[in-house]
Ligand binder design. Sequence first.
Ligand code: NAP
Length: 315
Amino acid sequence: MPDTLGEPRGEPLFSRLALIGMGLIGSSIARAARHLNLAGTVVAIDRDEETLARSAELGLADAFFKDAAEGVRDCDFVILCVPVGACGPLAKQIAGSLAHGAIVSDVGSVKGAVVAAMEPHLPAHTHFVPAHPVAGTERSGPDAGFATLFLNRWCILTPAYGVDAGAVEQVRAFWEAMGSRIEIMSAPHHDLVLAITSHVPHLIAYNIVGTAADMERVTELEVIKFSAGGFRDFTRIAASDPTMWRDIFLTNKEAVLEMISRFNEDLAALTRAIRWDDGDALFDLFSRTRTIRRGIISEGQETAEPDFGRRRPEE
Ligand code: NAP
């Protein structure tokens, strides 16, 4: 599997690419697109002056706009890289300025709600190809991005039935050039799969870190001191952006609630196994879960190094 970005293209895939939201994902796309010559011109759009100034300092784009409607003019590819709750209002804002034949996409972690919020605003002369790069870190902002973020990671596309096949292929080519592997599925299926692989694990992390923080009989110092026992890995996830995750839970409510009720049933079974000394049940489950971890490693989606490849403090 490649571990670096490929060579820059001779001919760019798009003439003018607009990225709305220069955070972790937007700035990573900008870095990769510029490195690989995926667009003749890269336009950075953000509501925050400081973020725009920092993006300019980092050389992330050729042009910078605070006003999204102004920024997307004449762009043949527009990607919304903002929290999912901001996608609908932004689609409305840019609709009147979108070029004929422009491809519009997003990177939202929830697809059903984003599609429902954006689609009604997008003019018929544009092509809407929603996307979700299943790649990220718990960091935010333009300094957090890096060009190899999408390398060997999956990017899920959820185009509606009947969307122009050429537009879907162009979006596929764009993500593949950045090193992603592509899967196409429906928006509701995406939301169900991600509820169990991403959203509920984040909820569990937020909950367990919150519970530990509220415990009176264990001091905060002890929680930090003995965190390597498993808690530390939850704290990494629980440090994820509060706005982004608030929006994810509010917009993927149904799938998340369904997965939580499944989770609660399984937790009740585990509780029973511990209460009744059913070691076989515990051993069986822990063996099955180990196999899943090995599958993730052999798929190249995680490092096999012990302790997640963390360097020791003395190194
Ligand atoms: P981020 O680092 O916080 O960046 C989001 C950017 O969007 C910020 O510059 C923010 O500006 C801007 N923004 C927020 N609301 C806006 C609005 N109403 N209008 C214009 N700009 C606005 O977040 P991110 O991690 O890149 O996430 C962006 C999207 O990617 C989200 O939809 C998320 O679901 C998706 N995603 C994230 C990950 C991940 O691991 N982080 C992975 C895959 C997909 P301010 O600083 O002014 O708020």
